[in-house]
Design a protein around this ligand. Sequence first.
Ligand SMILES: *[C@@H]1O[C@H](CO)[C@@H](O)[C@H](O)[C@H]1NC(C)=O
Ligand SMILES: *[C@@H]1O[C@H](CO)[C@@H](O)[C@H](O)[C@H]1NC(C)=O
Ligand SMILES: *[C@@H]1O[C@H](CO)[C@@H](O)[C@H](O)[C@H]1NC(C)=O
Ligand SMILES: *[C@@H]1O[C@H](CO)[C@@H](O)[C@H](O)[C@H]1NC(C)=O
Ligand SMILES: *[C@@H]1O[C@H](CO)[C@@H](O)[C@H](O)[C@H]1NC(C)=O
Length: 256
Amino acid sequence: MLLFLLLLLGSPSSSAAGPGVTARTLSPCYSADLRPASSSLVSAVGCTVLLTVPPLNTSQVVFWEYQSGPWEGVILSYTLDGATNTSRPYENRTRFNETDSSLQLVLQKGDDGLYRFSSGLETTDWFQLRVLEPLPEPEIVGNVSVKAGGSTKLVCSVLGGKVDSYWWKKNGELLLGSDHIQFVDHGTLCILKASMNDSGYYTCVVRNEVSQNEASFLLHVLNSPNVVLPVILACVVVGSLAGVFVWCRRRGRQRL
Ligand SMILES: *[C@@H]1O[C@H](CO)[C@@H](O)[C@H](O)[C@H]1NC(C)=O
Ligand SMILES: *[C@@H]1O[C@H](CO)[C@@H](O)[C@H](O)[C@H]1NC(C)=O
Ligand SMILES: *[C@@H]1O[C@H](CO)[C@@H](O)[C@H](O)[C@H]1NC(C)=O
Ligand SMILES: *[C@@H]1O[C@H](CO)[C@@H](O)[C@H](O)[C@H]1NC(C)=O
Ligand SMILES: *[C@@H]1O[C@H](CO)[C@@H](O)[C@H](O)[C@H]1NC(C)=O
């Protein structure tokens, strides 16, 4: 009989489906979805989620639990005499509501995992929380100028966070691929046989489930650099020679 009881206590996962946790991301949070979800939710590092439970029969002590891979532990426990005991990794970033037993949590990178509430008498099902990193502003690497007729490429990359999709805009308008504009790999734009028309602001947009960010790059297509530069230099040289000539003549006259 004792053995049976121990087995029963030792295997909480064998119990039938319990009441469910509902969660939602609180505003503001990048561009994450703020609607409540009932078995899993995607949210972002730095955002706050609110985990709520239906009314349950409670005993003297209730607790919120976390599980991720082999790691399992108590986030916080609350005794009905009014003491909340929060475990160290959750200090200063959780708020337990004593009235409805909900939990507010400011997310960090390692919070991806399963959450459940136990009232001592009843335990909810595990709720899955996916915690993604919001994308920082991307970086675009490329040459700021290219000669007409030449090819160039702009490489857009993001340090940190996982990008779901990339796209490009030129002067604010969506850029479509063609023979002469090609998108290769993830985030690389190739411009083949550049013409003057290809000059402009190129914007790389990156997106994942919780965020969107972008950066711009000004590209200059030079028509005939071999002609323009010497002409400018020649003008400057002629101009200064003319200046020296006038100056010499003035000094010559003053001496006379
Ligand atoms: C809080 O919980 C930890 C571990 O769960 C325990 O070691 C500690 O004694 C508790 N503190 C209080 C004040 O109950
Ligand atoms: C929480 O805040 C208190 C007081 O500011 C501080 O002493 C403690 O180290 C903080 N805990 C964590 C885990 O940051
Ligand atoms: C706790 O929950 C109750 C009932 O949902 C709500 O009225 C109250 O404002 C909440 N308290 C806090 C501090 O959020
Ligand atoms: C820029 O252009 C120079 C010379 O045309 C080339 O050597 C260099 O690799 C280019 N840099 C990038 C980032 O494309
Ligand atoms: C460049 O743009 C002008 C007007 O925007 C257009 O008439 C011309 O056909 C374009 N040339 C090329 C090579 O795309």
